[in-house]
Design a protein around this ligand. Structure first.
Ligand SMILES: COc1nc(N)nc2c1ncn2[C@H]1C[C@H](O)[C@@H](COP(=O)(O)OP(=O)(O)OP(=O)(O)O)O1
Length: 184
């Protein structure tokens, strides 16, 4: 696996301590399609794989030959049917699970302009939710912590340590940042 230091697309290592910087990282995207006119966000019920049974944004692993934003746009189309020309960076999330030697580096985006209508796919069942009545009890345990920053328009970096049960957070850090262009 490519590690955080050798893959130029990784930015997480800019905010890691020495111990975590040395961990192998895997790169993911997470995209929230926004309907600002109706104050709604599209979530998907994950039907299989990691996080199945939870509502989340749309995303997945970044392929070797694409940029992070290209990966975000591709996963959004594959999982929701929505086609976006661009996605706006909102945050960076680093996840550590006690039973995994690999850190997850998740790049969070909003899609504010897109075409198409949401469709159910093999991986996701889409549903709109009001941004002020989010179903946090059916989402990952970290989401309610950083969601308010994203809704305020703040850029953020969060680090969350999970138990192997994938529910219990044993430690967390969340910072507002001025820029997410760490390496550029
Ligand atoms: C641990 O907390 C998490 N919170 C939130 N909100 N989202 C998370 C968390 N951990 C992972 N995610 C996101 C990041 C990605 O968007 C997905 C996981 O991607 P997946 O494993 O489904 O990747 P794919 O490439 O789509 O998988 P396949 O190989 O099955 O196609 O969850």
């Amino acid at each position: 696996m490519t590690d955080a230091v050798t893959d130029p697309r990784f930015v997480g290592w800019h905010v890691e301590d020495d111990a975590h910087r040395a961990m192998p990282h895997r790169l993911y995207t997470l995209v929230f399609p926004m309907d600002s006119a109706r104050s709604r966000v599209l979530l998907g019920m994950k039907k299989r794989g990691f996080g199945s049974g939870k509502l989340n944004g749309f995303g997945g692993k970044v392929e070797p030959a694409e940029t992070v934003e290209q990966g975000a746009i591709r996963e959004l189309a594959e999982e929701s049917g929505l086609v976006a020309a661009a996605a706006a960076r909102c945050g960076l999330l680093l996840f550590y699970f006690e039973d995994s030697p690999v850190a997850m580096e998740v790049h969070v985006f909003q899609a504010r302009e897109y075409s198409g209508v949401p469709v159910e796919t093999d991986e996701m069942r889409p549903e709109w939710f009001g941004v002020d009545s989010m179903p946090f009890d059916r989402m990952w345990a970290d989401d309610h912590i950083w969601w308010p920053l994203m809704m305020r328009g703040d850029l953020f970096v969060g680090r969350f340590w999970f138990k192997a049960d994938q529910v219990t957070i044993t430690r967390s850090e969340l910072d507002r940042v001025d820029s997410l262009d760490f390496a550029q």
